[in-house]
Design a protein around this ligand. Structure first.
Ligand code: PLP
Ligand code: ZN
Length: 409
């Protein structure tokens, strides 16, 4: 096997180094989360932007030299990543900023950005010889694990809060995973999943503790930079729950900076729901205090963020900021996005767009700045929430008069 450029992992709290193998999820010394460390010189010597330009691989595996595994999967029947970055200059104009792009990650196989992490996590698990993978999830990571486990013939064991939207639970079961809905919150499901991992020795794909997952998520940043021809946007709006996606976004841009492929980081803006804002609160207070999360945006409803430190680092190191949006603002933004762009996002994803609108209204982003908004999951997964903004009209009789009466009435 070709040597991966992964050197090992650094603890993000105490800096302790952890080798590639034996693999540990968290720091052996202090228990904090780990961050993958690469030999950037090795990568620079073997890889260039020109080489990437000539690479026809459309999926995340075009970035293999910057990923923490030895190989890409043999089964390439499905494409993870390579999602469109859609320019929305008209909306940018309406909102009052210079330019806007939407990164449409609803186009991933299971309908959310989580597939990026799962795809790399599964490859990592395979390379370490695992067959069974466990996840606790508010729904999307679980649906993603179920989907890609079906593709790569792995066994998936999944814990979700029993309140997860039915579409996500149905998706998980259709893909053939073993589902354990937990009578409790996401946090209860998470704790149980870790007990199961410790008891069985199975691989954990739980967001927030496995450093391989943010490496998968960082591919969204690599793609955005490449799609914008290495000219990074001024701001990038990211919906935040556990903090793993935003940590990955930062890591992607950080890697590119280390390689010299970009010359600065974009400001990373963390968007949370008002009822689930532990990270945005911590940006002001300095400490992460658990909340009793309550928001319509189930995917970002988290009491205690499991990747909070990486999230805070992402915002601080990039000179970004955090913003909270209400459920009403989220639903409004979801509807505006669908009506004006044809992009139907789930509430958690629409929260990032709501955050952009708020930032522009409150002059946190100025009229000469550009922005990318991450659209992290499809609205079809939770139509109950989306129905709050619309009313399905009662039926009309099947004749022209009834049609005209309704049209003009
Ligand atoms: C659609 C969507 N958006 C945003 C998030 C938040 O990601 P993180 O928990 O890594 O902060 C999630 C996580 O489940 C998600 O599914
Ligand atoms: Zn440590």
């Amino acid at each position: 096997m070709i040597k991966s450029a992964l050197n090992g992992f650094h603890c993000i709290s105490c800096g302790e180094f952890s080798p590639v193998e034996p693999f540990h999820y968290t720091c052996e010394k202090c228990g904090s989360n780990l961050d993958a460390a690469y030999d950037y010189n090795q990568i620079k010597n073997n890889w260039s932007r020109d080489q990437l330009l000539n690479n026809n691989e459309p999926s995340i595996w075009r970035y293999l030299p910057l990923l923490p595994v030895y190989q890409s999967p043999h089964n390439t029947s499905i494409q993870v990543g390579g999602t469109p970055l859609v320019n929305q200059s008209e909306i940018a104009h309406e909102i009052g900023i210079q330019n806007l792009w939407l990164k449409d990650d609803t186009r991933n196989p299971s309908g959310s950005l989580k597939d990026r992490a799962t795809e790399v996590g599964i490859q990592h698990a395979k390379e370490l010889g695992f067959k069974t993978i466990v996840a606790a999830s508010t729904g999307n990571a679980a649906a993603s694990l179920a989907c890609l486990s079906a593709v790569h013939r792995m066994d998936a064991v999944i814990f979700t809060p029993s309140s997860a939207p039915p579409a996500k639970l149905v998706q998980i079961l259709q893909y053939g995973a073993k589902l354990f809905p937990v009578d409790g919150t996401y946090d209860d499901a998470f704790d149980l999943s870790m007990e199961v991992v410790n008891d069985t020795g199975w691989y954990s794909r739980s967001t927030g503790i496995n450093p391989i997952l943010s490496e998968g998520k960082k591919t969204v940043a690599l793609e955005i930079a490449e799609q914008l021809n290495w000219d990074v946007p001024d701001n990038i709006f990211v919906p935040v729950g556990d903090g793993c996606i935003i940590g990955g976004v930062y890591k992607g841009f950080y890697d590119l900076l280390e390689l010299g492929w970009i010359d600065h980081l974009p400001k990373i803006i963390a968007i949370q729901a008002q009822g689930s804002s532990a990270i945005v609160d911590a940006l002001n207070s300095g400490t992460i205090t658990p909340v009793k999360a309550k928001t319509i945006a189930d995917s970002i409803s988290v009491d205690l963020p499991r990747d909070g430190l990486k999230a805070i680092r992402a915002v601080k190191e990039s000179q970004g900021c955090g913003l909270k949006v209400s459920d009403a603002e989220i639903l409004e933004a979801q509807n505006r996005l669908a009506k004006t762009t044809g992009l139907f996002a789930e509430p958690a994803a629409a929260a990032a767009f709501a955050g952009l609108i708020k930032a522009a209204n409150e002059n946190k982003i100025s009229s000469d700045e550009t922005a990318v908004v991450l659209i992290t999951g499809t609205g079809l997964k939770d139509i109950n929430s989306a129905q709050k903004m619309i009313k399905v009209p009662p039926p009309i009789l099947p004749d022209l008069d009834s049609f005209k009466e309704r049209l003009h009435g």
